[in-house]
Design a protein around this ligand. Structure first.
Ligand code: ATP
Ligand code: MG
Length: 293
């Protein structure tokens, strides 16, 4: 079993005919059990840790990982597990919720742009500007709260947003920010089970919100919106990964493998030490040895 095969299986780039129903939320590829995936995940996390050290030391590339999903699909847990081996100094997670008054006073890319990762870092978006083409599409009445001039709200608005997002991500790519996007694909039945367990277990109660149940009633509209997003914004430079998420052990492993694959594509290395610097290091070593410093 090869990483490249797994990564390719869920990768969507330039596919206007993509259908969400082609990816089964309960799929686990060739893996039969959690134990098997656990081994992969551990190896993936260790590899990620090495690659991140180099990314940080080289200080040229940045990596942006975008997570989108229905509620209870496991965004938080995936982020926590996959990033568990990473040096916190080199990583920042930003969560985007209902926009604040200040955020609504700006264009829709403003708040996320402020949280883009610096060179050498991994930035994680827990939700993102894609909400502007998802929740807004399912609830178009929210557009009225965005304070846009009325003449700009036309039937073309979604196409225009896709276009702007594509241009923005191409700009990031051309500036050394590697973009990878994940849709954690959970089934409606599995979401129901997870909501029920949030209601039953006191330590999970805080995660439950009635609003989530309301959004669940719009499941079909959300799936159509996700499909449209993926069809229109999956590109070679910034692909989507549609990750089966009914089994948390599987989705975590897939995300780890995709991130390792992405970092490996960068051909990272530690900065080379120049001859002058090497002479300086040798002099410092000698001085320290004879206790002169
Ligand atoms: P949790 O697992 O804690 O529920 P969450 O990511 O679902 O995590 P919430 O506090 O529920 O966090 O807030 C997310 C909500 O904000 C979602 O319903 C999402 O659709 C909404 N949201 C995010 N961005 C926007 C936006 N730009 N406009 C309107 N609503 C948005
Ligand atoms: Mg929520």
């Amino acid at each position: 079993m090869k990483r490249s095969e797994l990564v390719k299986r869920y990768r969507i780039a330039e596919n206007k005919g993509f259908r969400l129903t082609d990816v089964k939320p309960a799929d686990t590829w060739k893996l039969k059990s959690k134990d098997h995936a656990q081994e992969w995940l551990e190896k993936g996390v260790a590899r990620l840790s090495e690659l991140q050290e180099k990314l940080y030391a080289q200080n040229q590339w940045a990596v942006l990982l975008i997570f989108q999903a229905m509620d209870a699909a496991g965004k938080d847990g995936t982020i926590k597990h996959v990033m568990s081996g990473i040096n916190p100094q080199g990583c920042e997670v930003a969560s985007f919720k209902v926009p604040s008054e200040e955020e609504l006073n700006h264009d829709f890319l403003w708040r996320t742009t402020k949280r883009l990762p610096e060179r050498g870092r991994i930035g994680i978006f827990n939700r993102s500007y894609y909400e502007e083409t998802l929740v807004l599409r399912v609830h178009p009445e929210l557009l009225a709260t965005e304070k846009l001039p009325a003449s700009l709200i036309t039937k073309d608005i979604w196409r225009e947003r896709f276009e702007d997002i594509n241009t923005f991500e191409r700009h990031l790519t051309r500036n050394g920010v590697l973009v990878r996007k994940f849709f954690l694909h959970i089934s409606k039945q599995e979401q129901r089970e997870r909501f029920l367990s949030r209601l039953e277990l006191p330590e999970k109660n805080w995660k439950f919100s009635l609003a989530d149940v309301r959004e669940r009633q719009k499941w079909g509209a959300y799936m159509r919106a996700y499909e449209e997003v993926i069809r229109n914004t999956a590109t070679e430079c910034s692909p989507w990964y549609v990750v089966p998420a009914d089994h948390k052990w599987f989705s975590r492993m897939v995300v780890a493998e995709v991130v390792v694959d992405a970092l490996e594509s960068l051909d990272l290395s530690y900065p080379k030490v120049s001859p002058a610097k090497r002479r300086e290091l040798a002099a410092a070593r000698t001085a320290l040895r004879i206790n002169k410093l």
